[in-house]
Design a protein around this ligand. Structure first.
Ligand code: NAD
Length: 490
């Protein structure tokens, strides 16, 4: 029973094609970071709810997995049409619950469509291999689904990250349990409605809302074959260890501290605008955001342009809020700590209040110069519109700094020298590299995934690599002609 005045009804679970209450009376307010207004309340689930979701997915699996892939993707073609039809509604939901600007929300929904298009190409992507491996003997491979799989997602892309996993996993014949972030559960519900309208059979997708308790239950559940996780490194490690211990296949993407190396010959304006956009887009709440810039040699002219670019970012206009008051306090704490440690704050986003949206949680663009590698702003993920500038005399020193950071999601270099760009691409320890690109997201069919403490597990989460994650290979060896003089070994 809803007791507070929220814009939307309570957010409940979605099991077997039905919206259902959890057995628990635990609710969490869903607050818009734009203005602090309550949007909904999310009903947090119990292990019994998860049992029901897994039972529903298991019941749907035999029919769904035996459908030819070409038929399964017909539903995803329809889903793509519905994403386009309801584009504005989904864009506004992203904006309201996550806080990112309408333009950023639009880009997020566009990405959902692109991800679905890749899933629609699964019949082509997984066409098997066949070869006559010996006289009269053929070997064929096919991609078999795993069964019931789970996807646990973070708050920062409430529509896109569910679409990193969901379309590919179900196109490949799996049935899915999706666990949205309890901070932003509304988009997932909308995606489920669209998939139902597109004709997805009940039980193929189930949504279970909740927090830590339900994540642990997913890791432990014997009916779940594989878990994908996207979130902070701290939780990625817990999920990877716990779900692997119960013999599941796991890919767990964690946090990031992306280093951008700026060389003195870099194109000044392009570099300044790219680096500033990378650190501030989605209020810096992107795992691909520029977090540390390493200026090699004389780059003062580029830093000055970055400050000018930063001043064009107006909180509440072209810069959205961070997700919560706790996040704002954490980010501001980092800035204060850097200041106390002797760094120079060139642009200060602390104590930001947007008129008319006083309960919103905004942090202004922040540029911190002369950061040293020992400072917390150089080492830790900040996840706000903040960039730390470190200075080095040589490129070797810059690469050393990048290599020493425990993460490894992305790294970029800004230069006009092809040789130096290639050297940096080879030497940095990260999974996604940019050359003169601030946010080097590999678009499908290339796959998304970092290295080191930014990802645990063997496969990437999108693109071609995700096919390996969501399926297992069956190898069928056949001989029909008994007369053939085969040299088959067995
Ligand atoms: P988070 O780790 O706090 O939460 C992610 C998910 O884990 C949520 O569904 C949440 O309910 C659950 N969770 C939270 N605490 C838990 C606990 N103690 N035990 C079990 N489950 C728990 O992450 P977030 O704050 O939602 O998202 C931001 C983080 O995600 C950042 O670190 C960011 O870099 C990372 N991220 C990484 C990628 C990537 O591709 N590597 C992409 C997006 C976000």
């Amino acid at each position: 029973m809803q007791v507070v005045n929220t814009k939307y009804a309570d957010t409940l679970n979605y099991i077997g094609g039905q919206i259902v209450s959890s057995g628990s009376n635990r609710f969490l307010d869903v607050i818009s970071p734009i203005d602090g207004n309550p949007l909904s309340r999310v009903n947090l689930s119990t292990r019994d709810d998860l049992d029901r979701a897994v039972a529903s997915a298991s019941a749907a699996f035999p029919a769904w997995s035996s459908m030819p892939v070409k038929e399964r993707v017909q539903i995803l073609y329809k889903y793509r049409e519905l994403l386009i039809r309801d584009f504005d509604e989904l864009m506004h939901l992203v904006h309201e619950e996550n806080g990112k600007t309408l333009e950023e929300s639009k880009a997020e929904v566009e990405k959902c469509i692109e991800l679905t298009e890749f899933a629609c190409s699964m019949p082509q992507m997984i066409s098997g291999e066949v070869q006559e491996v010996s006289k009269g003997v053929e070997c064929v491979t096919s991609h078999a689904p795993l069964g019931v799989v789970a996807s646990i997602v973070p708050f920062n892309f409430p529509a896109m990250v569910p679409n990193w996993t969901l379309p590919n996993a179900i196109a490949l014949g799996n049935c899915m349990i999706l666990k949205p972030s309890e901070l932003v559960p509304l988009c997932s519900q909308k995606l489920a409605n669209l998939l139902k309208e597109a004709g997805l059979p009940d039980g193929v997708l189930n949504i279970i809302n909740g927090d830590r308790e339900i994540v642990e239950a997913i890791c432990d559940h014997p009916g779940i074959e594989a878990v994908s996780f996207v979130g902070s490194t701290k939780v990625a490690k817990i999920v990877y260890a716990r779900a692997s211990a119960s013999m599941k296949r796991v890919v767990a993407l964690g946090g990031a501290k992306n280093h951008l190396m700026v060389l003195p010959d870099a194109h000044p304006m392009m570099t300044a605008s790219n680096v500033t956009a990378s650190m501030s887009g989605c209020a810096g709440q992107r795992c691909m955001a520029a977090s540390a810039m390493v200026g090699v040699g004389e780059v003062d002219h580029i830093v000055a342009l970055m400050v000018e670019e930063g001043k064009k970012l107006i909180p509440g206009k072209n810069l959205g809020p961070v997700i919560s008051a706790a996040a704002k306090a954490r980010i501001e704490g980092y800035i204060t700590e850097a200041e106390k440690a002797g760094a120079k704050i060139l642009l200060d986003g602390r104590n930001c209040v947007v008129a008319g949206k006083e309960n919103g949680t905004y942090v202004g663009p922040t540029i911190i110069d002369f950061v040293t590698p020992d400072m917390s702003v150089a080492r830790e993920e900040i996840f706000g519109p903040v960039i730390s500038i470190l200075r080095t005399k040589t490129l070797d020193e810059a690469i050393e700094i990048e290599n020493a950071n425990p993460y490894g999601n992305a790294a970029s270099v800004f230069t006009q020298s092809g040789g130096l760009a290639r050297l940096v691409a080879e030497k940095v320890s990260a999974g996604m590299i940019g050359v003169n690109i601030g946010v080097p997201v590999p678009r499908e069919p290339f796959s998304f995934g970092g290295w080191n403490e930014s990802k645990f597990g063997a496969c990437d989460i999108t693109g071609k690599s995700s096919i390996e994650f969501w399926t297992r290979l069956k190898k069928i060896t056949t001989k029909w002609n008994p007369e053939a003089k085969t040299n088959w070994m067995s």
